[in-house]
Ligand binder design. Sequence first.
Ligand SMILES: Nc1nc2c(c(=O)[nH]1)N[C@H]1C(S)=C(S)[C@@H](COP(=O)(O)OP(=O)(O)OC[C@H]3O[C@@H](n4cnc5c(N)ncnc54)[C@H](O)[C@@H]3O)O[C@H]1N2
Ligand code: MOO
Length: 377
Amino acid sequence: MSCDHPDLLPLDEALTRLWAALPAPPVLELRADRDDPASDLAAMDGVALRAAEGLAPRRLLGTLYAGDDPAAFTVTPGTAVRIMTGAALPPGADAILPVEQLREAEGLIHPLEVPRPGDHTRARGEQARAGDLLLSAERPFSAVRVALQAWVGQPVPPLGRIRVAVASTGDELVAHPRPHQIRDSNGPMLAALAHTLGAEVERRPSLPDDPAALGRALRNAGGARILLTSGGVSMGEHDHLPSVLKDLGATILFHKIRLKPGKPMLAAQLDDLLVLALPGNPVSAYLNALIFLPVALARLEGRAMPDAWHWGRLTAAVKTKGDRPFMVPCRRTGSQLHPLAGKGSADLVTLAQADAFAWVDPGGREPGAEVRYLTIV
Ligand SMILES: Nc1nc2c(c(=O)[nH]1)N[C@H]1C(S)=C(S)[C@@H](COP(=O)(O)OP(=O)(O)OC[C@H]3O[C@@H](n4cnc5c(N)ncnc54)[C@H](O)[C@@H]3O)O[C@H]1N2
Ligand code: MOO
């Protein structure tokens, strides 16, 4: 296959570089602080009894709810205790008979099934013994990790959001445009997307195509962890961002990826600030933010690498030009992807009609082809 752009970085490599460059917050290994469960527990609502007595009727001594001290009752021959799921087994009992498997009459319960020792109980220590390793420090942050941390009595981490600043660049951006000017749509779009993805968002004023002003804005990101910019990363004479970042001593993680739209995408680290410099064309800016921002947020929060891709089928042919994979905006019905005939990476109107971006390899795809896609949020 001919290669129009041998210098372009494949998307997967760009994602891997971004992931590797960002530090994940430290997470602890988690050990059981006590046996789990710490008592024998009921796993069903019913009665606690002695299994050996088979189908013999039992007299009810009382009721134990989850959290009750089970020492209140002792199950002796001929007796049972009504018990709720999660309550500790009273002394003497060795099985739970679920409420569906008994009949009650005149203060007695009559088993309808023969109970066996251990039935519907969770035995002390069956999950873990005090001191057992429950989760290694390699396992990523997740809501379940937080739950386990609380379960073993560790303080849970504060749920801060990553601060993301959004600044558009371009002298053409004005609030009341004359025909040669435009309104800033990328700024509001990227702020809304970052918000949707769970970031704490700060809108910044649009920046002029002026290296000094861009440099000042990059150096004063105001405590944001990530800066999303749009525009000024391509080959134009006013596309200053790459050189300004280099002059500031930023580490360029990548610049220019093998993707259409979105080729000029740049990611850089400037001290503690991650700069995701998105192309100015609205479809390119959106798509790149949709791809890269969730990965950066996940890494900085210590989560696993997100896998946002789904699989669907194209309902119509998609032709491509050149050697970049093409992400075509589609309407989606279930897993059916209906490609939209758009007017390219400036076509915000078609993007607004779309539900998904389908990945089409160079060379194009036929109707019915199975492709992966990203959902537009
Ligand atoms: N000679 C070359 N020219 C271009 C190339 C190239 O490889 N060689 N790449 C093209 C591609 S692909 C894209 S995408 C654009 C991206 O360029 P920039 O990131 O430098 O963006 P700008 O030139 O500043 O703007 C592009 C386009 O988007 C409009 N824009 C910018 N900001 C906003 C905003 N906040 N809201 C709405 N629209 C915005 C801007 O007016 C331009 O029309 O470069 C190609 N050129
Ligand atoms: O790759 Mo550009 O993002 O086509 O318009």
